[in-house]
Design a protein around this ligand. Structure first.
Ligand code: DAH
Length: 347
């Protein structure tokens, strides 16, 4: 090789430099240095232009030999270094298959979801159909149709998030009663329930601006308070246990007549009276016989049919069931709190 290159010392030096290159990047730099547009080889070739023809031919042969040798040396060194770098990377990035894996973060079912499913399940077994209604309601469905005209004092307890008229975030699931009746088109019997979010301007230890209610409605001929009590008792016993009792206490709601609050025997002290319930009873829901005006708004004739309805706070059920004294953690998404409910298994 050196013979072909004659006395071109720079070329001999180039071959040594290339052989000594330590990285692929160095090889590339040398390629530019010798073969690039301003490279040594290129410059030497260009300088031949001024030589007489004989000398030019001889010089051309030498320079081409130099160029070929340099190209070959570059290719060879590039390959050697590429392999070495690859081998080094494979070694450095080797996967240790014996290391323990990263366990996936399992979710747990949210307590509200558990209770909601449980309640929906009881209602279905009692012959109710579960449906949904919109959380964005019109004032008419949320208030007027439920016998709460604009000036009705009961509206104060339902201070809510008003949107562009006529919309509000529903303050309770009761507007579902109207929607269900109108959809049923007078069909009997009507047995429907819904579980969904509701909204009020409330925020303290036992109230959150967003909360969930379950609403049940039955319309048929000859429906009375015993039907209401039987259904409520069945639900309470299913969720809290077979020894529970319930009682109806007279109350007032604009959309029922008569109206009743339903208490259940305290599941903590079994009705004996304790720190939580004081009296042995715990208030769990609002209910009553559907007001004639509400039946009318739903398209039913109150002289022919009657019905009962009830509205139940789902968080309330969760608090009692899991012994919570605060409601807010249910909505703060702290996984440590939520994971504690795994102890309830499939619930
Ligand atoms: N909608 C009532 C509330 O949120 C609860 C309620 C009371 C629902 C009586 C009913 C009922 O269906 O009959 O305060």
């Amino acid at each position: 090789m050196a013979r072909r290159m004659g006395s071109e010392e720079w070329a001999t030096a180039a071959l040594a430099e290339i052989a000594a290159a330590k990285t692929v990047a160095d090889v590339e730099a040398l390629r530019v240095q010798y073969l690039g547009r301003q490279g040594r080889v290129t410059r030497e070739l260009r300088a031949m232009a001024g030589l007489p023809p004989d000398e030019r031919r001889a010089r051309g042969a030498v320079l081409n030999a130099c160029k070929a040798d340099i190209e070959q040396a570059l290719a060879q060194q590039r390959e050697v270094l590429t392999r070495a770098e690859q081998a080094q990377r494979l070694e450095a990035e080797r996967l240790d298959m014996t290391l323990p894996g990263v366990p996936p973060a399992w979710g747990t079912m949210h307590p509200i979801t558990r209770v909601r499913r449980r309640l929906a399940d009881v209602m279905v077994r009692l012959g109710f159909t579960i449906r949904t209604g919109p959380e964005l309601e019109t004032e008419w469905y949320n208030f007027e149709a439920l016998n709460m005209p604009a000036e009705h004092p009961a509206r104060e307890m339902h201070d809510t998030f008003y949107l562009e008229a006529p919309y509000v975030l529903r303050t309770h699931t009761s507007p579902f009663q109207i929607r269900a009746m109108r959809e049923a088109g007078g069909e009997l019997p009507l047995r429907v329930a819904t579980l969904g979010f509701t909204y009020r301007r409330d925020d303290d230890a036992t109230h959150t601006p967003q909360f969930m209610q379950m609403e049940g409605l039955v319309v048929d001929r000859g429906i009375g308070l015993p039907d209401l009590k039987g259904v409520v008792l069945a639900v309470v016993r299913d969720v809290f246990g077979p020894t529970e009792r319930v009682r109806l206490r007279p109350s007032f709601f604009p959309f029922t007549e008569p109206s009743a609050e339903v208490d259940m025997s305290c599941p903590l002290c079994l009705g004996a009276g304790c720190r939580v319930c004081h009296t042995g009873w715990i208030e769990v829901l609002g209910s009553g016989l559907v007001h004639p005006r509400v039946l009318e708004a739903g398209g039913y004739d109150p002289r022919e049919v009657s019905g009962f309805a009830f509205g139940w706070g789902v968080e309330r059920v969760a608090m009692l069931l899991y012994g919570l004294d605060e409601l807010r953690p249910l909505y703060q998404n702290d996984v440590r709190f939520l994971q504690a409910f795994d102890a309830w298994g499939a619930w």
